[in-house]
Design a protein around this ligand. Sequence first.
Ligand code: SF4
Length: 337
Amino acid sequence: MIMQEALFYGPYKNALKCTLCPHLCLISEGNLGACAVRKNIDGKLYSLVYGKTITHAVDPIEKKPLFHFYPGSKIFSYATAGCNFKCAFCQNWEISQISKGKEGEIIGKNITPSKIVDLAIKSKCSSIAMTYNEPSIQFEYALDVCKEAKKKNLKTVFVSNGYICKEPIDMLSGYLDAINIDLKSFNDEFYKKICGARLEPVLDAIKHYHSKNIWIEITTLVIPGENDSNDELRRIAEFIASIDKNMPWHISRFHPDYKMTKNKITPIETLTSAYDIGKRAGLHHVYVGNVPGNRRENTYCNLCGKLLIKRANYQVTENNIFDNKCRFCGEKIAGFF
Ligand code: SF4
């Protein structure tokens, strides 16, 4: 196992305090933090997932989802084990919640940061995503992958729950290019009950990433009976608009999974209503996801309303953005095209 000392921790009474994410775990000798991948060994905190890739694949960038960041391109995607959330609806729970092998070893294959970059180049990808589980818990590995990627002119992306402290975001600045952040709810009780976390630090992280000029798109999985009231969706939309009306908002359809098999699939009407709420809040780009063939997964010009990017099955089938501008009226479209 590659042992990499953690970048964010310090002594606290008879233990160590991890300052990577807002859980701020106090970890005594021989124990793990809540993410199960940071361990106090002889008074030092180590990441157990440095260089340990549990899975990797080549995805369309639309799958992250990122719709305003090099649409139509391929992105090399990888994950390590563990997570700092315990979402009852997790679609990747086999990766996020099962981090240890039979011998107590962290599961994963040893792949160095430069090897990740080589694999991305060989796969003809122009970017690399740390995705499928929460990337901030592999912080040291992810940062080194971002640095190696920069040397080869590849872009880097986090697909994240946004549960990270400000100092690590500062360190990512200049290396990380884009992020999709799940804003799962606007209700602290939801975060506590379903994810084992809190709302406020996620809102703070979104603002902080934005202040560092890292491109952000937001995703909300709308779960019937949990976070689907018009009032809650309006508060999410207004929060995003208060930071930047150009920040895309992806409203995603829930399918029963993991420990949430009793909740129903999200009705199309709820997603359509959320879309309208986002537009009324002033957001320029709102998308409905997980509903194949829905016209709300296309990009429309905010000024003239014409179709700019048409999507089907995570593929771009038409693109009318040139030089970051609408081909029809010349309006500037936020993002990277
Ligand atoms: S990164 Fe892991 S160990 Fe550190 S505070 Fe968060 S959950 Fe705890």
